[in-house]
Ligand binder design. Structure first.
Ligand SMILES: Nc1ncnc2c1ncn2[C@@H]1O[C@H](COP(=O)(O)OP(=O)(O)O)[C@@H](O)[C@H]1O
Ligand SMILES: [Mg+2]
Length: 249
């Protein structure tokens, strides 16, 4: 399943205004791995993810998705392989109704309308918002928009799922539902998140970013036990590991 491998080599990126986004990072993610990408605000998580499906192209270094190096020629196949849930759902939703937004990708692939209807229904049911089908996306709450954004990506059956802060603005029930759903997705997953409890529950491997560089890459539990590393990277232990003040006064 080499087509599910994600490889990044010496990746640098500077925004047009001169702000450094990524300062040289390399890693390899294999098929079926579930990897959390953590780091304080501004660490470079979103900038990195935007390279994985070619929304940004490297200033220096390389990105490879499976057998395909990231290049303008390969953009179509790379975007078909990597399903990306953006940090801001407003960047993902642009059609007049929720149905149209979720149908957009599958229709573009040339699927029959009847099949698309089924796919839309199923994708919305999975994230628990099938009742929003006829609503205009811009009138939804933040959490509802996020659920719909996730449905638009699921509808495309990607080989690699990339999510930027997927639990932000979700209520506890939607968050639990999303975690349960992601556990059923057995392909490669890369999830940028501040929700270290989710990372601990979902991802066996964690990559820590700080100022556009990787400061650690290894087993999630081992990384979250390293308080010095977390503090240096502007992070705190997951709540689950902080102990309960009532049980352990
Ligand atoms: N569009 C942009 N233009 C200029 N600088 C940006 C832009 N987007 C992000 N940055 C900068 O790039 C760095 C990395 O940001 P980002 O990847 O968004 O971090 P994170 O997702 O980890 O919070 C930060 O210094 C941020 O201010
Ligand atoms: Mg971000």
């Amino acid at each position: 399943m080499s087509h599910h491998i994600v490889e990044v080599e010496d990746l640098h990126y500077t925004y047009p205004d001169g702000t450094a986004g990524l300062n040289g990072m390399s890693f390899r993610i294999l098929h079926g791995e579930s990897v959390a990408l953590v780091g304080a605000n501004g660490a470079g998580k979103s900038t990195l993810l935007l390279h994985l499906n070619g929304y940004l192209s490297p200033g220096r270094g390389k990105v490879r998705i499976g057998d395909h190096p990231l290049s303008p020629k390969n953009l179509k196949i790379i975007r078909r392989t990597v399903g990306m849930v953006f940090q801001d759902p407003d960047d993902q939703l642009f059609m007049p109704t929720v149905f149209d937004d979720v149908a957009f990708g599958p229709l573009n692939l040339g699927l029959a309308e009847k099949d698309v209807e089924e796919i839309v229904q199923k994708s919305l049911e999975i994230v628990g918002v099938a009742d929003l089908k006829k609503r205009p996306p811009y009138k939804l709450s933040g959490g509802e928009k996020r659920s719909v954004a996730i449905a638009t990506v699921l509808a495309m059956s990607p080989d690699i799922l990339v999510m930027d802060e997927p639990t932000a603005s979700l209520d506890p029930r939607s968050r639990s539902r999303l975690i349960a759903l992601l556990k059923t997705f057995h392909h490669t997953k890369i999830i940028a998140t501040h929700d270290l409890d989710m990372a601990m529950e979902m991802c066996e491997r964690t990559i820590v970013l700080h100022q556009g560089k990787i400061t650690a890459d290894g087993p999630t539990l081992k990384i979250f036990q390293d308080e010095t590393l977390l503090a240096q990277s502007g992070l705190e232990k997951p709540l689950k590991m902080q102990g309960c003040p009532i049980c352990n006064p």
